[in-house]
Design a protein around this ligand. Structure first.
Ligand SMILES: [Mn+2]
Length: 346
């Protein structure tokens, strides 16, 4: 990890203990909340990169919630090799020092690798809030959907209440009580909305990170699996959320769906975060994921949706989850997703 300095409005904060306390004064958060790597402050900006526009800052978050080292940990590197940083005209923050190696389930929260996940969640939160503080538009590259609570914790800390567009082939509404896998990824939306309150409290502090009424979930095609496992439907867990499932998007068409999404987001002018799980692409065209979904959505449909959000100034940040590089030996799907992201957000 790069030896770094913090920049904040008003000038340079040097590294070392003096820099740490200065950063704490500016950021108004305890020392433990400032990301460190090997005892040093992590770089957020350099003298030549003081942010003047809303430029993308790529933040690698190789957090993978099975604790088995599955291929999601290789995704940030795969996107970089495919040219994402250059394509977005972004600055690359590098990878946060996150590793989930503990495959055991926490007896209280039911989450695999709970302590490492909680540490990773804090690092992601600190990186996102710090990036927003100095004017970047963060794009957090997972990892799996376990990156979402950290991203929204950082967003909330910096910006206050915001909306969430959750573009995912699943609803991620499992809880510690009904999860089979124990992976936080399957509980991501339940945690951030506070439906899985005990898990959320243990990870991210006060919940909800986003009000259910401020959630727009797009692309769900997972009803069968949810019913088989006894997990909640959105209507029960987060009844105030807006859900446009994959079937409805297919029947209305992506253009109409994008317009409807924009209309739903239009109220109050609140900023919103976009979480893009690439398994919203149908398994026939996106096999490089750990939990494929039969959404029926193709690249063109997803590109139309992403472009609608990418062109919106209220889009404050993005997280990208679930590319499993073990299932992408030819780097074909890393390349295709990179093209999508560049097309929508450059
Ligand atoms: Mn997901």
């Amino acid at each position: 990890m790069t030896r770094g300095v913090w920049w904040a409005p008003g000038g340079r904060i040097s590294d070392g203990p003096a820099g740490l306390s200065a950063a704490n004064r500016v950021l108004k958060q305890p020392a433990s909340r400032v990301p460190t790597a090997k005892g040093r402050l992590v770089i957020m900006s350099t003298a030549d990169e003081i942010v003047t526009g809303r430029r993308w800052l790529v933040i690698g978050a190789p957090m993978e919630g099975s604790g088995t080292g599955r291929g999601e940990i290789g995704a940030p590197g795969a996107f970089r090799r495919a040219g994402l940083v250059e394509g977005l005209g972004a600055v690359d923050f590098g990878d946060l020092p996150i590793a989930v190696t503990d495959g055991s389930r926490d007896p209280v929260t039911g989450i695999i690798g709970h302590h490492q996940i909680a540490t990773g969640t804090k690092l992601i939160a600190d990186a996102v809030s710090s990036a927003l503080l100095v004017g970047w538009r963060p794009i957090v590259l997972g990892g799996c959907c376990s990156i979402l609570p950290g991203a929204l914790t950082g967003l909330r800390r910096h910006s206050g209440p915001a909306k969430l567009v959750f573009l995912d082939g699943h609803l991620d509404l499992f809880t510690p009580k009904d999860t089979r896998t124990g992976e936080l990824a399957g509980m991501a939306l339940a945690v951030v909305t506070g439906y899985a309150a005990e898990a959320a409290g243990a990870l991210a502090g006060p919940v909800p990170l986003v009000e259910p009424a401020d959630v727009l979930a797009i692309g769900d095609a997972d009803g069968t699996r949810r019913r088989e496992s006894g997990a909640a439907e959105a209507a029960t867990a987060i009844p105030d959320a807006r859900v446009m499932d994959a079937q409805s998007i297919r029947s209305m068409g992506a253009e109409t769906a994008a317009a409807r999404a924009a209309a739903l987001l239009d109220r109050e002018g609140m900023p919103y975060w976009l979480h893009f799980d690439i398994d919203v692409l149908d398994q026939a065209v996106m096999p490089a994921v750990s939990f494929p979904a039969a959404t029926g959505l193709g690249y063109a449909e997803v590109e139309t949706l992403l472009k609608a959000f990418g062109g919106d100034p209220r889009l404050i940040g993005v997280s990208v989850a679930d590319l499993n590089v073990d299932r992408d030996p030819q780097h074909e799907y890393a390349g295709k997703v990179t093209e999508l992201l560049v097309s929508a957000f450059a």
